[in-house]
Ligand binder design. Sequence first.
Ligand SMILES: [Zn+2]
Length: 259
Amino acid sequence: MVNVMYIDTHIHVDGMSEDELRYMVSNGIDRAITCAYYPIEPRYPQTFLDLFTRLIDYDVPKAREWGLTLYVAIGIHPRSISKTGYELIIDAMKSLSEHEVVVAFGETGLQLASDKEINILQTQLELANELEFPIIVHTPSANKREITEKTLPLLDKTRINPKLVVIDHVNDETISIMDESGYNIGLTVQYGKLTPEIAAELVIQYSDNNEIVLNSDNGFRKCDIASVTKTINILKSLGADKSLLERVSHKNAENIFKI
Ligand SMILES: [Zn+2]
């Protein structure tokens, strides 16, 4: 194994194979956070309860067998809102937040910014604020800038401590809005999102004012499994100093998620 020090802050382990997990570890990624997401709109809120239990009781030990220390984020993704009864999920999030492998709520966020999505994001933000618990807030591929501009005021309104929040899938189009906002920035290095080269440039340009974490969003589709390692290697080749490399590769994530 090489440089086993990197954290991938956003994967979907339930959409990955064991070979893919092994490949992450052999590329130096020894810790990761898997985010709750369900690939269809669930009919029943209970689906989430089984999903959370699956991630905690099945995927965490399975990942450990391959050398990956896995942590779990639980929450309602805007594309997986159950038809009814989401209050049940919020109650489960509240009690499971005390579980030792659960380190954040997520992924949450807005996809189309419908009233229902806004309502559910607000509820999750209020819970994170009340419990002082980290929360991962997704931004969508389509209309990213417009939706990000709708998301940030919702966060501001709850007065949540910005240090608890990771705005995720930030790209070259939206990173300037985040600059100096105090919210942590997640850069997702993946096909259709950021290339390792562009992610490395953004880290260098924006890391003075922001805490940046790197992730792959691996799972459920064609993935560049070790994209976090590639980005760190590019940062090294660009001459990034040791403290910057440590911050983006693991220290920022350790501080935000208390891992
Ligand atoms: Zn995701």
